[in-house]
Design a protein around this ligand. Structure first.
Ligand code: NAD
Length: 279
């Protein structure tokens, strides 16, 4: 059984991205990422903290807008200000937003060229039409892992668990573009194990700790675990790693799998955003 190590993939991308950022620096451009932290979601606070280290490591500026009691109207005004500020290259809005704010409505105010996580309708449309744009970072991380480990997708049966706009749906689009036959399952899917056992590659993006066990995977399958969950004080994926590891041919660990590459894709999104805004 092979471990598909996200840290190795991230390291592979790092040099290239640092070089690209240096090239922009030589032209007098140091990008700035704006992170909007509305509310007090703990994982979002932790991720923002982590991004501060990433910014130093890669050499870009990070502005954090920590807005604890912000209203929907104030948030939209902040986004417009960031859109209009030339120095701001990209905007990353931490999710989930407080319940009082309509996330879908607010997201649409982000300038699509600064929308690093590709959440605006414009960017999702660009993805569907194969136009240049920002693509959600986690789905891109999944594709980067599959590509780094030379995992063939053409003609493969891929089952994606989860259909969210930010993870499951874009993953299924990207996989289909690589000629995989994609089946998307969700909370209303019946006979889940029957479907998942058909998968040459199983991608799980559900958010339920250890839901996927050995009875749900085909022997020799490749498993990509996107889930990040807490179980008895530990961070675990959707897949019961111990249980399936003797059955599968390759698997991403949690932590150290998809999550490690997602951050790299955020940096790649920043590099892409500079190009979109300077040409
Ligand atoms: P979400 O709650 O928006 O979507 C979950 C999806 O799973 C839904 O489409 C739902 O229909 C489906 N689902 C729920 N129960 C199911 C079941 N029993 N069987 C089949 N499908 C079921 O979550 P999300 O934002 O898409 O995130 C999914 C997971 O990925 C979470 O654990 C999240 O923490 C993680 N995540 C990881 C990264 C990363 O970088 N690794 C980034 C974003 C999200």
């Amino acid at each position: 059984m092979k471990i598909l190590d996200g840290k190795v993939v991230a390291h592979h991308w790092k040099k290239k991205l640092q070089q690209q950022l240096l090239q922009w620096k030589d032209k007098g451009i140091t990008p700035t990422l704006a992170i909007i932290l509305a509310g007090e979601d703990k994982p979002s606070v932790m991720y923002t903290h982590f991004m501060k280290k990433v910014a130093i490591e890669y050499g870009f500026n990070l502005n954090v807008y920590k807005e604890e009691n912000i209203t929907e109207k104030q948030l939209i005004t902040l986004i417009h200000t960031l859109n209009e500020t030339k120095e701001i290259t990209g905007i990353l809005m931490m999710m989930p937003l407080p319940k009082s704010i309509d996330a879908q409505k607010v997201i649409q105010h982000i300038n699509p060229d600064k929308d690093i996580d590709g959440l605006t309708t414009v960017n999702l449309g660009r993805l569907l039409n194969k136009e240049v744009g920002h693509i959600p970072c986690t789905p891109r991380a999944v594709m980067a892992i599959l590509s780094f480990y030379d995992i063939e997708l053409t003609g493969k049966n891929v089952v994606v668990l989860g259909r969210s706009t930010v993870v499951g749906k874009p993953i299924s689009i990207l996989l289909e573009e690589k000629n995989a036959t994609v089946t998307v399952c969700h909370s209303h899917t019946k006979n889940l194990p029957e479907i998942t056992c058909q998968a040459d590659i199983l991608v799980s993006a559900i958010g339920k700790p250890h839901l996927v066990n050995r009875d749900m995977v085909k022997p020799g399958a490749i498993v990509i675990d996107v889930g990040i969950n807490q179980l008895r004080g530990k961070t675990v994926g959707d897949v019961d790693f111990e249980d399936v590891s003797s059955v599968v041919s390759a698997i991403t660990p949690v932590p150290g799998g998809v999550g490690s590459v997602t951050t790299t894709m955020v940096v790649d999104g920043i590099v892409k955003a500079i190009a979109m805004q300077t040409t």
